[in-house]
Structures are given as C-alpha cells and as structure tokens.
Design a protein around this ligand. Structure first.
Ligand code: GLC
Length: 435
C-alpha cells in the first residue's frame, strides 16, 4: 500500500469503500440531450426557463428507490449535483429563486434524497458547480456557456460583478454545509484559468473568480473532515484527484507523490439523462473499470442521469443490477483493497488487488486461462487459494513434472491450476491467502 500525500479531510473511509454513485439531475434531463445542452445549442435563459424551468415535474421521483439501487450495486457513497452549470438548484436555497420548489415539483428535492441514502448507510457527497450560466452577476466568458460567442457578450457583462457571484457561491456552500447534517464529500466543478487573460474573468476563471482560498477556509471551519475535490484551482488544500472519463495508467501522483484519487465515469457519454444515446458500456466493462481503479489504489464514481420524471432509466438500472450481482460475491476483492505490493507481478490478462489487513491477494481474470495461470513472484508466499465466487479450492503447484519441463517458467513463479470451465460470473476472482 503506497503512502499517499497527507491532506486535511478524512479520507480513511473513502479509500476502503471504493465505489460510489454519481447522480446528475437537473433541468437538462428534460431536453434529454446532454447536461451541456445550453452551451451546445446556445439556449438563452428565457427559452430555457420558459420550456424547462416552468415544466419540471418529477412526479415519479422516489429517492428511496435510488438509494436501494445504489446499495444493491454495492455502492457505499453517492454524489448528487446540487446545482450544475445551468444554475438550477435542487434544494430550497434562500439565496435564489432558481430552485426546485419554484418549479411544478414544488419542493426541495435534495433533502429527501440525502435522507434516503443516509438511511441505508450510504455516505453523502454534494457536487456543486462553481460555473453558473444563469446567475445575473456571473461574468460571461468566451470559453463556455450559451452566450460565449454572442456579439452582445460585452454589453451583457456591463454591471455584472464576479465578486458578487462569488459571495453567492460562498453563501450557497454555507447553506449546503450547515443545513443537511454531516456532508462527507464536497465535489466542486470546475475551474478553467487562462494564465494570459486579463483579470476580468471574461476569458477564463481560476481561483480568483471563486475566491477559492476564502471558500476553502469557510468549508474547513464548517465541516473540517469533508473530502474536497481538486477543482478550485488551488495547489493544495484538496483531498482527492478526480480523473474524468479516462482510466489512469497507474496510481495517480502529484509532484511524484501518490495521492487519493477517484475516477468518475459515465455509462455512455452524457452525465445528464440522454434519451438517444445508445452507446452504453457493458456491465462487464463497468465491473472491469471498478477493478482497474482499485488495482491502482483508486475509487470509482459511476454516474447515472435520472429522467425528468424522476426515475433511473432501464439501461442504467440493468447495469447497476449486473454490477450488484457480481459485487454480492466479489466485493471482498474491492472493499478495503488497494494496489498489490510490487513484488507480485500482474499475471497475463489479469488485475490484482490486495487487502493489507487480511493479507489476501485477489487475481481478477479478464480472460480465462488455459488451465495454468503463472504468477511470477508469488512462489512461497501463498498458503491457500480459492475461487471467490464459490470458495472452491484452487490447486497450487500441482503442475505435472513432464509439463513443467515444456513451460519455461521463471524462478519464483507459482502456477495455479484452474478449472477447465470458467466460473459462471462476469469476472472470476481467485483469492489467495498470503503467508
Ligand atoms: C465535466 C462537465 C460536467 C460533469 C463533470 C463531471 O467537468 O462539465 O458536465 O458534471 O465533468 O466530472
């Protein structure tokens, strides 16, 4: 287990729990063609609000069903978009009218969600967009948002004061951290500083646009333990690195030092509900992605985008169920696990995870080998081996003499003798009890 950079928040539970649910839910679930739809199609405030804000009515919303789906998938924490770039707030913020209680939903949608997840012992994470395409004080820049290329951009910026927006941002964060009990994760999104741009925030936004240091100290005062992500454009003070839509090739480092990290991934491509997207990843691929994260000392935050009626759609539910099916028998190779010590060479077509407390090593077979699995660096270190799905013994070191001859096995190799038929599970796992 690598020693990670010390940070202020409490990541002790996080690096054990490993698997969380990301939820992107907002007005963009109505156009149902990406949460960046306002940006992509340059939809004005007036049109967006007229069409969607006035009609948002998630009548089938059942946060208990969401929490149940997450729990059954083996997820231990969740992160919900309290506000995305569109500016719309799910909770009853005192600082804006642009919120769920003022839509036909007529209520705070965040609070019951937090309660439902908490009731199942799932830890609470709040995503909050620091970008805001709707707030009247937010300086319109030329990088993102519906007005980024508008000829009226400069005119629209007259009278806007980014520092007033920062006050609003700070005020909302205070609400989120003082009105909903213990918050385990705070997930800001995102900074896009332009080093050569003037300081008027019209070409990019970094820590000055949010007054990030001040915001950070407010956060640490209110909930010192909270896990903070890395998107406030500050060199330190954060707790977790957040690679997005790619898998790191190794344990994530900052200035050469390993850090706590969490990959966030979509099922298909869009974070918000996307009706017509049909490129959903297979359950197998998603399970492998989770394993891959843990094998490199990281977490996976897997996203769903519920519909505007308030349901997680079938394509997502089917995958959550498939993952849960696998997790029911295999979560032992995920929870409490991390990257294996370097002395164990990763066998061909496999991923390793390791539980340092129990001293058990887990071999995940992405491809089922022909009888023998050669594990270099394992010889003399394994007491017992079994398949994890059914706890059936796996023979160690019983390769017949005449075959050993032909196999050219390097010294220090332990050869496992596997059953001919791949166990009927999505990704088979071999559990090794170490000396
Ligand atoms: C990006 C996108 C956003 C999404 C986020 C999740 O930064 O702006 O839509 O919420 O990634 O990591």
């Amino acid at each position: 287990m690598l020693d990670t950079m010390k940070t202020p928040g409490d990541t002790s539970w996080f690096v054990k729990d490993r698997f969380g649910l990301f939820i992107h839910w907002g007005l963009y679930s109505m156009p149902a063609r990406h949460e960046w739809v306002r940006n992509n199609e340059r939809i004005t405030n007036e049109v967006y609000d007229e069409k969607y804000f006035k009609r948002f009515e998630p009548d089938l919303y059942d946060p208990d069903a969401w929490a149940e789906a997450a729990a059954n998938a083996g997820m231990k924490y969740f992160v919900i978009t309290t506000k995305h770039h569109e500016g719309f707030c799910l909770w009853d913020s005192k600082l804006t009218d642009y919120k769920a209680p003022n839509t036909p939903a007529k209520r705070d949608l965040l609070r019951p969600m937090i309660e439902a997840f908490r009731k199942r012992g799932i830890k609470v994470g709040l995503y909050h967009s620091i970008i805001d395409w709707h707030h009247p004080q937010y300086v319109i820049d030329n990088k993102n948002g519906p007005y980024r290329e508008s000829p009226d951009r400069e005119k629209m910026n007259v009278g806007r004061d980014q520092m007033k927006y920062a006050d609003y941002l700070h005020g909302q964060v205070k609400e989120l951290l003082s009105e909903f009990g213990k918050v385990d994760i705070l997930w800001f999104d995102f900074s896009f500083p332009d080093k050569n741009a003037p300081d008027d925030f019209s070409k990019g936004k970094g820590h000055k646009a949010w007054r990030s240091e001040e915001l950070m100290s407010i956060i640490r005062k209110l909930q010192p333990h909270v896990i903070l992500d890395d998107r406030l454009d500050l060199p330190d003070g954060w707790d977790v690195k957040t690679p997005e839509q790619f898998q790191p090739r190794a344990w994530v480092t900052v200035n050469g030092q390993p850090v706590v990290w969490e990959a966030c991934q979509t099922l298909s491509g869009s974070w918000g509900y996307h009706r017509d997207e049909s490129s959903f990843r297979s359950t197998e691929n998603l399970i492998q992605t989770l394993i891959d994260c843990v094998s490199k000392g990281g977490n996976l935050l897997l996203n769903v985008g519920p519909t505007a009626r308030g349901e997680i759609d079938d394509r997502a539910l089917e995958r959550l169920r498939g993952i849960g099916d696998w997790m029911r028998r295999h979560s032992r190779s995920i929870y409490g696990c991390t990257q294996a010590p370097a002395e164990f060479k990763v066998p061909e077509g496999c991923r390793l995870t390791y539980n340092p407390e129990k001293k058990r090593l887990y071999i995940h077979c992405y491809v089922w080998p022909y009888k023998f699995l050669h594990c270099e660096g394992f010889a003399g270190k394994v007491k017992y081996a079994q398949l994890l799905n059914d706890a059936s013994e796996v023979n160690i070191n019983s390769v017949p003499e005449w075959q050993q001859h032909h196999m050219d096995i390097p010294a220090g190799t332990l050869t496992l003798v596997l059953p001919q038929v791949k166990p009927n599970v999505t990704v088979p796992v071999i559990e090794l009890y170490l000396e």
